[in-house]
Design a protein around this ligand. Structure first.
Ligand code: ADP
Ligand code: MG
Length: 314
């Protein structure tokens, strides 16, 4: 049976050329160089199999997603991701799991130029906590509290796919083709952190967050912290073709209240929208920030009443 240190060196210690890492894995703590005139952006998320993903999720997807949700938080802040710490507890040294898990994690880390600089490995119920660190020039971080009356409300990509993917994964009857089902499951298992969009929004978006618990609930955080309201047009919601096969009420429920899409939702003045450079993901205007508090929904101009409670742990 490999020791804790053999596991670390075999699965988590990878050499990577990164001048910002003065000292990485192997000492009591890492030493990291923050670029001049930038500030550190820090976030952490715990990932529990069975709670944050279905039990049957592959180890490769768990490695991807545990990191992706953290990088998504950095994207939402307009940060450039740089370093990651990985705390993992495992019931046993299952090397098949570790090989696949680390392959999924490092594939995403490499894609975004992120270095794993430390962590902790313990025995216990499977639990993964990742801390992601990034940097952003002073005063340029995107926050939840700056939305202004009249700003457009936008989302990246499409919404509701991961929620539909979860229904597929849990075997709830949905009438999708094999291809559509696979697409939605991939959206659930392999969320793509919208990092280039976050960078493009620096200095332009008045507020931004990533959608982890459902569009309506998460947009609600921006509205509350910015002390504004919003009018949303349901007919403008960006939907994938699988979502469009459902009855409208189910589609809206998934698009507004299902979590795990990890798209960005942001507010932007028309003036700043014109300055936005093209990025690798489409964005869609879905509404407008209003003075009247609360969230109002319209379909073809008609007010709609929909229960939109998003995901809550407690
Ligand atoms: P300490 O006891 O001083 O906290 P450890 O013996 O736990 O140090 O870890 C040894 C080194 O390996 C440290 O640099 C730590 O950051 C790193 N490390 C431990 N577990 C992991 C992991 N799962 N992934 C990446 N680095 C790890
Ligand atoms: Mg120590």
């Amino acid at each position: 049976m490999p020791s804790e240190f053999q596991l670390i060196s075999q699965y988590f210690h990878r050499q990577r050329q990164d001048d910002s890492v003065i000292l990485g894995i192997g000492d009591d703590a890492a030493l990291l160089q923050i670029p001049e005139k930038e500030v550190l952006v820090a976030t952490t998320d715990t990932f529990i199999v069975g709670r944050h993903c279905p039990e049957r999720t592959s180890a490769y997807a768990i490695g991807h997603k545990a990191l992706a949700v953290n990088l998504s938080d950095l994207a939402a802040m307009g940060a450039r991701p740089r370093w990651v710490l990985l705390a993992i507890s495992l019931p046993d040294s299952n090397e098949d799991f570790l090989r696949e898990f680390s392959a999924g994690l490092f594939a995403l880390a490499d894609e975004h130029g992120v270095t794993v600089v430390g962590g902790d490995t313990t025995k216990g119920a499977l639990s993964i906590t990742i801390t992601a660190l990034g940097t952003v020039p002073r005063q340029q971080a995107l926050t939840r509290h700056g939305a202004q009356v009249g700003d457009g409300i936008y989302v990246s990509g499409t919404v509701g796919d991961a929620g539909l993917g979860l229904q597929v994964a849990l075997g709830k009857t949905v009438t999708l083709t094999t291809e559509q089902a696979a697409y939605c499951q991939a959206r659930l298992d392999f969320p793509q952190p919208r990092l280039s969009l976050g960078l493009a929004l620096r200095g332009l978006a008045s507020a931004c967050l990533d959608i982890s618990d459902g569009l309506a609930q998460d947009l609600g955080h921006i509205l509350q912290l910015s002390n504004v309201g919003a009018d949303l047009a349901l007919d403008q919601l960006p939907l994938s073709s699988p979502l469009k096969t459902l009855p409208p009420a189910d589609t809206w429920q998934l698009a507004l209240a299902a979590g795990d899409d990890y798209e960005l939702c942001f507010t932007l003045s028309d003036e700043n929208f014109a300055k936005l450079v093209a990025v690798d993901v489409p964005m869609t205007r879905i509404g407008t920030v209003s003075q009247a508090l609360g969230l109002r929904l319209f379909y073809q101009g008609q007010p709609q009443d929909i229960d939109m409670t998003g995901y809550q742990h407690f």
